[in-house]
Write a protein that binds this ligand. Structure first.
Ligand code: CA
Length: 231
């Protein structure tokens, strides 16, 4: 259930990337690199969730977090740099709903936003955080980073998780290797397309006998999730 997301990030390239992915997922997006403008936008209402970089040029990102918490109590997903572990802990303690560490896969950010909005909307049952495919057989839980197939939990590497969640964003849509490597490694890692094949091979090994139907090869193009998403 898409809504309006406010993206607060002073890195213009990253801000635009996040905006594009969110718009593609159906969200209305406001974006700004200024903490003061973010606080003004929050005050004017109409924001359902904030994606917040804590390191802003004009003021401490935690002031934006506090502003989101006032009044309507808008949920916040914090973006943190890998190095700033303190920011992460501090951010969560001060009431962020989730955090994503840079560099991140835009797809993962979208899934996490979806999970936070589900929880915020009061459909807070555990099952609401997960999406299922193939009549409940395949279950992806973005908040917990878990994949279950036929009730069996699969141990995936971060890259395999990224690949599967990227494909699962739109089941049936064919993703090129180039698209997949970009989504999985995030904006900072232009990777080699052929490495996708070896990760898909490993992922399929873990998916077992239905692997070729779940992650389908589309010759000459790329891969797609062959199982439909359950409604
Ligand atoms: Ca920043």
């Amino acid at each position: 259930m898409p809504g309006a997301v406010l993206v607060v990030e002073d890195d213009r390239e990253l801000r635009d990337l996040v905006r594009r992915y969110l718009q593609r997922a159906g969200y209305r997006v406001h974006s700004t690199g200024s903490g003061a403008e973010a606080i003004a936008l929050l005050a004017s209402g109409g924001v359902d969730l904030v994606v917040l970089d804590l390191g802003l040029p004009d003021l401490d990102g935690r002031e934006v977090l506090a502003a989101a918490r006032e009044g309507r109590d808008v949920p916040v997903v914090v973006l943190t740099a890998r190095s700033s572990v303190d920011d992460r802990i501090d951010g969560l303690r001060r009431g962020a709903d989730d955090y994503v560490t840079k560099p991140f896969s835009p797809t993962e950010l979208v899934l996490r936003i979806e999970a936070v909005l589900h929880r915020a909307s009061g459909s807070g049952a555990d099952a609401a955080d997960a999406v299922t495919f193939g009549g409940g057989r395949l279950r992806l839980d973005a908040a917990r980073h878990e994949v279950h197939l036929d009730e069996l939990r699969l141990e995936l590497t971060p890259t395999e998780w990224g690949l599967l969640t990227a494909l699962a964003t739109t089941p049936g849509r064919v993703y090129s290797r180039y698209e997949l490597i970009n989504q999985v490694r995030g904006y900072e890692y232009p990777g080699y397309e052929r490495t996708v094949d070896s990760h898909v091979k490993n992922l399929r090994h873990k998916l077992g006998r239905d692997a070729a139907q779940i992650v389908e090869t589309v010759l000459g193009v790329g891969y797609r999730l062959g199982w439909p998403r359950d409604r």
